[in-house]
Design a protein around this ligand. Structure first.
Ligand code: FES
Length: 102
């Protein structure tokens, strides 16, 4: 199910946004290579990791430095060994949308 997150004009390059579902928070990023949406909970200590940063196409958890692939959610470096969820993102009718059923 596609849901609106934010108007495209209000989500400039470099911005990030949190979207809360009944089950978890989703972190949406607008990067030069496109939009990405990942689970906002590190699989290491299960902490919200939206204060992290992007490095070489990966999201870096701010707590212990685990890297997660932004495209697949794969845990790339210790201390995280379990992957995180990723969500499809699209723009439609001027809105950035994510597929929360992915
Ligand atoms: S909580 Fe993310 S690497 Fe430890």
């Amino acid at each position: 199910m596609w849901v609106d997150v934010v108007a495209e004009v209000d989500f400039p390059l470099g911005a990030k946004k949190l979207y809360a579902t009944d089950f978890e928070d989703i972190l949406i990023l607008h990067l030069e290579t496109g939009f990405y949406a990942i689970e906002n909970r590190c699989s290491h200590d299960h902490i919200q990791m939206d204060e992290g940063c992007v490095e070489d196409g990966a999201w870096v958890c701010p707590f212990h430095g685990a890297h997660f692939c932004l495209r697949s959610g794969k845990a790339l470096t210790p201390p995280a060994y379990e992957d995180i969820e990723v969500y499809a993102v699209r723009t439609a009718s001027g809105m950035v949308q994510i597929d929360v059923d992915a």
